[in-house]
Design a protein around this ligand. Structure first.
Ligand SMILES: Cc1cc2nc3c(=O)[nH]c(=O)nc-3n(C[C@H](O)[C@H](O)[C@H](O)COP(=O)(O)OP(=O)(O)OC[C@H]3O[C@@H](n4cnc5c(N)ncnc54)[C@H](O)[C@@H]3O)c2cc1C
Length: 408
């Protein structure tokens, strides 16, 4: 089958790899407007469940992704640089650039035709394809042009956010909330590559305007943020440059589609659906879509049956996650309300339960998590669990070492 993917992000590259691995006879082209190595954003977090899927689907690229990833342990919630509360758990993070580099190399190795620096303006350019995979992201031009066929709906979140990097290395997933003269402002930070962390800053629209971000240049915005978060960043710098452009303040693009396919066009990843970044799941879901579509094409002789199967299974699996993501986004849009009334421990508890009610005993375990010896025991337990899961999926022993301790 002749397949063209429009967009060489995680969805497009991983679909190409997954389809080619299942049928080497497919003739697959991935068209990406940017040059290799250029991308927006910083690191993305993920958990063991994604590694399980990647190792099952393509151990070669999975090993490379794991080797480029860093581990973070616990979530730390800091209020006004004064109070800290903890949530247990761990996860991984990988730089977007590194992830795309690995997937691009793997795709090339499998004989997929990668056409960088080419922007698809019109579907007529790919009219010779049997299947066109639309994976050009949340603001997909192709989906926008065919919006009615997909029943596309796009709306924007209320809080402005900016996706930055920092040379401070966090070893936990860290939320720092500061009270400025115009209201609360906070960051979500986690390690992304050796020597850097991702730092996403968010606040309510009125705070954003009150602090003057609507009229500040990108450079001045970053300097002001460094001042606001001086303590939480230990005086480290924020880095704005990404894709050789300064990062911009944005509002989250929430995408839904009534259907993910139309004739020989199929939506994958953010072009099909987005989930708010406070869930940390968009890349994971894009890669799961990719595997699901490749699998459906492999199982069904008739492409139209394969697309219907992918559409039905994909949308059913996503419904609850997307609802949870909306609730999470809405909770952060009301964060000022909770921050004004709660201390760090109570606030962290309500943040952890933002997607639904928690059983009463959870609060007792949350209180216990604030005790250092309990956290130490939980870390040991998680290290053992991580090791077990890693061995089960066939990771090499090199990745089972605990993460190096950093400052704080
Ligand atoms: C602030 C923030 C933080 C996030 N953090 C996480 C996280 O921690 N964990 C997580 O799992 N997810 C996270 N995400 C979500 C994640 O970034 C996306 O879900 C993921 O990138 C989707 O992959 P994709 O391939 O569908 O789209 P993209 O990664 O957007 O890729 C689309 C590609 O298409 C290309 N393109 C666009 N138009 C054209 C065209 N006309 N012709 C050719 N090429 C084109 C683009 O250049 C791009 O390379 C975050 C998102 C945001 C905004």
């Amino acid at each position: 089958m002749r397949i063209v993917c429009i967009g060489g992000g995680p969805a497009g590259l991983y679909f190409a790899i997954s389809a080619k691995l299942r049928d080497a006879g497919h003739d697959i082209t991935v068209i990406e407007r940017d040059p290799p190595g250029a991308t927006y954003g910083w690191g993305v977090v993920y958990w063991d469940d994604l590694l399980d899927i990647l190792f099952r689907n393509d151990p070669d690229s999975a090993r490379a992704v794991r080797a480029e990833s860093v581990l973070w342990q616990e979530q730390r919630v800091i209020l006004r640089s004064e109070q800290t509360a903890y949530l247990p758990g761990y996860g991984f993070s990988v730089g977007r650039a590194a992830l795309l580099d690995i997937l691009g190399q793997r795709a090339a190795e499998l004989g997929i035709d990668l056409q960088y620096r080419r922007e698809v303006e019109d579907l007529a350019e790919v009219a010779d394809a049997d299947l066109v995979v639309i994976c050009d992201g949340a603001n997909s031009r192709t989906r926008t042009r065919h919006g009615e066929d997909f029943g596309a709906r796009v709306d924007l979140g209320g809080n402005p956010y900016i996706w930055l990097g920092t040379d401070k290395v966090f070893d936990s997933f860290t939320f720092a909330f500061e009270h400025s003269c115009a209201g609360w402002i906070w960051f979500h930070a986690y390690p992304s590559t050796a020597g850097t962390s991702t730092c996403i800053v968010e606040c309510a629209q009125r705070t954003w305007q009150g602090l003057g971000f609507d009229s500040l240049s990108s450079e001045d915005s970053v300097r002001l943020l460094e001042k606001i978060f001086e303590h939480a960043l230990d005086g480290h710098a924020l880095i704005s440059q990404s894709r050789s452009e300064p990062a911009r303040w944005l509002r989250f693009t929430h995408v839904t589609n009534r259907t993910w396919y139309h004739n020989n066009l199929v939506l994958v990843g953010d072009a099909a659906h987005t989930t708010h970044f406070t869930l940390g799941s968009g890349t994971r879901l894009a890669m799961i879509d990719a595997v699901m579509l490749a699998q459906s094409l492999y199982h069904h002789d008739e492409p139209s049956t394969a697309l219907a199967d992918y559409d039905q299974r994909g949308r059913a699996a996503l419904r609850q996650i997307q609802a949870g993501a909306r609730t999470s986004m809405a909770w952060f849009e009301r964060a000022d309300h909770y921050l004004d009334r709660q201390d760090a421990v109570a606030f962290a508890y309500s943040m952890a339960g933002r997607q639904g009610a928690q059983p009463p005993w959870r609060y007792q375990t949350h209180l216990a998590t604030q005790i250092p010896t309990v956290r130490k025991a939980l870390r040991r337990f998680h290290t053992a669990r991580r090791g077990y899961l890693a061995l089960r999926r066939g990771e090499s022993a090199a990745h089972l070492r605990p993460a190096p301790r950093t400052t704080r």
